[in-house]
Design a protein. Structure first.
Length: 550
């Protein structure tokens, strides 16, 4: 299988990094082929490899892709399924395992102890933003008893809502590809955001847990009858006939959304959650892929390892302050129609990128529409599309776009276009501020250089970079102190006077020489930082030498 240009770059970066380091991370947006990349790394590995993940969907998906790319059918280590570890000659080159299963107890203590670390050259952690957990770390520690066994993590979202750094597990980022770059290159569809204001939504009393909104308290808000209809009614209007994933806050919330959707449009929605039996869940996902119904309402099930390019609308009925969670949810809708770009070149030359973008624009899925619901966020800073696309833009530009999208309710807006416009505006604003600062600096410089000497030079302190017009004047006594030090207060502004007065007083408290002494010593080549006593002796020597430095 031929790799896209960025995928090959990711593999090359992985190999180069792991030649120098014991562990590395590859960051690719959802829909850009993380499984393809680590499958190629496995194909090139010299010895056995293991891939670990935390959900069955990820494990099955990885095993299928690895076999298609390497020709090696992986062994599965999950629940009752076991690889043939005890049998020499029957061991698979690749094992795909559940992290929960590997940590389960058996007669050896933990199930991962069945595997001999010396046989492995690569351990891959899929969705490695989870790798900080002790279950992952215990597995990694076991395999890295073999110092030649390298650790590779792959993820779309390296940041975590609880702020625990992946740097505790991985040494270096081998390759990173931003979602904005993937959209601009025509590998993902553009993201348009629609904001819907629901006046009855109030998150102000919802607390935070591990960096995100408390799920129980959030569910109570979202399950309120008025809020349910405030979410469902606009969802039906905005989605039209497009295939849609709805992210709900709780099982009860998902169930009610599905119920109300079906009340309006019979048979249009199904609900799945972690409590849904596996066979029913698999059947629902399969039927959704075949477009047998329109709305897949779920609680955390389609966040990772769910691939359906037909999804055009993402409904965020589960507000979040976690950037990583939001990015994962949006990523379920950013894949383009495969047929739209399948025939186009795999490199990222300007013409190829333009051809892919035009092909996506002309397809039945020209963009992914993300629907967010806003109300009273209280103390919370909720995440929107601008947050996950704004990595290369200033914070001010991102904030401006978030405010603008909230103002333009019920209007789908291209987020990257908005960010680029906001960044241009920010550059103009910053340039104007820089010019103003430069003008203020010139005024300040003129203000103190109008004196027959530079007092800031004498005192060796930083001169002001701007004038503060509102600074209050010194008292008459304070001004007299400056005048006694030969500083003409008529030639400098109030702010500058205050800076000089403060420094003169501080020098006295610290036992340093007076301003007059420092001025005389500087004139004769001394630094003017001597104590009062030292300065007196030096000035006596200068005077005795006919006012020349001895």
């Amino acid at each position: 299988m031929r790799l896209r240009e960025y995928q090959q770059n990711a593999v090359n970066g992985c190999i180069a990094t792991l030649q120098q380091k014991n562990s590395a991370v590859i960051v690719l947006p959802t829909g850009c082929g993380k499984t393809i990349v680590f499958s190629e790394a496995i194909r090139l590995a010299s010895k056995r490899c293991m891939v670990i993940a935390h959900r069955e969907e990820l494990i099955r998906q990885a095993a299928k892709k690895i076999e298609s790319m390497t020709g090696e059918p992986p062994a599965i280590e999950m629940a009752e399924e076991k690889s043939f570890e005890p049998f020499i000659g029957m061991k698979s080159k690749v094992v795909v395992a559940s992290v929960q299963t590997l940590n389960a107890k058996n007669y050896l203590g933990k199930r991962f102890l069945r595997f001999d670390p010396s046989e492995f050259s690569l351990l891959v952690i899929d969705e490695c933003h989870h790798a900080i957990a002790s279950s992952y770390r215990s597995v990694a520690n076991h395999f890295q008893k073999n110092t030649k066994c390298k650790l590779l993590g792959v993820t779309a979202t390296p940041d975590r809502s609880d702020n625990k750094a992946l740097g505790q597990v991985f040494e270096e980022v081998a390759y990173q590809y931003q979602i904005k770059d993937a959209i601009n290159a025509g590998w993902l569809v553009p993201i348009k955001q629609t904001i819907v204001r629901v006046e009855s939504l109030d998150f102000s009393r919802v607390n935070k847990v591990a960096g995100d909104l408390n799920q129980r308290q959030l569910a109570e808000v979202m399950e309120y009858e008025k809020n349910l209809h405030g979410v469902v009614t606009p969802t039906l209007e905005i989605a039209g006939d497009r295939k849609t994933i709805v992210f709900a806050s709780s099982v009860a919330h998902a169930d009610r959304i599905s119920e109300i959707l079906n009340r309006h449009k019979p048979g249009c929605a199904r609900m799945i959650s972690g409590k849904t039996p596996k066979d029913m869940r698999a059947a629902a996902v399969a039927d959704f892929a075949k477009a047998n119904f329109q709305f897949l309402v779920n609680v955390g099930i389609t966040v990772e390892g769910f691939d359906d390019p037909g999804v055009s609308v993402i409904v965020m009925a589960r507000p979040t302050s976690s950037r990583s969670l939001y990015a994962q949810m949006v990523g379920r809708g950013t894949r383009p129609e495969y047929e739209a770009i399948a025939h186009l070149p795999l490199h990222d030359g300007s013409q190829a990128m333009q051809d892919r973008r035009e092909a996506i624009l002309g397809s039945s899925k020209p963009h992914c529409e993300v629907v967010d619901f806003v109300g009273n966020a209280g103390k919370h800073e909720l995440i929107y599309a601008a947050d996950i696309l704004g990595g290369d833009y200033s914070e001010a530009a991102v904030q401006r776009v978030k405010e603008q999208t909230e103002q333009e309710e019920s209007t789908p807006m291209d987020v990257i276009e908005m960010l680029e416009a906001a960044e241009r505006e920010e550059e103009v604003i910053q340039a104007e501020l820089a010019q103003k600062k430069k003008r203020d600096s010139i005024k300040a410089e003129v203000s103190y250089k109008a004196l027959d000497h530079n007092p800031f030079d004498v005192l060796q302190i930083a001169a002001p970079t701007r004038i503060y017009a509102g600074a209050p004047p010194l008292t008459h006594g304070q001004q007299q102190l400056l005048e006694r030090n030969s500083i003409d207060t008529n030639k400098i502004d109030n702010h500058t006077q205050r800076l000089l007065f403060k420094e003169i007083i501080n020098r006295k408290k610290e036992g340093k020489c007076t301003y007059k002494q420092a001025k005389l010593l500087r004139k004769h080549g001394y630094d003017g930082q001597q104590t009062f006593e030292q300065a007196g002796k030096l000035i006596d020597q200068i005077a005795a030498n006919n006012w020349r430095r001895p």
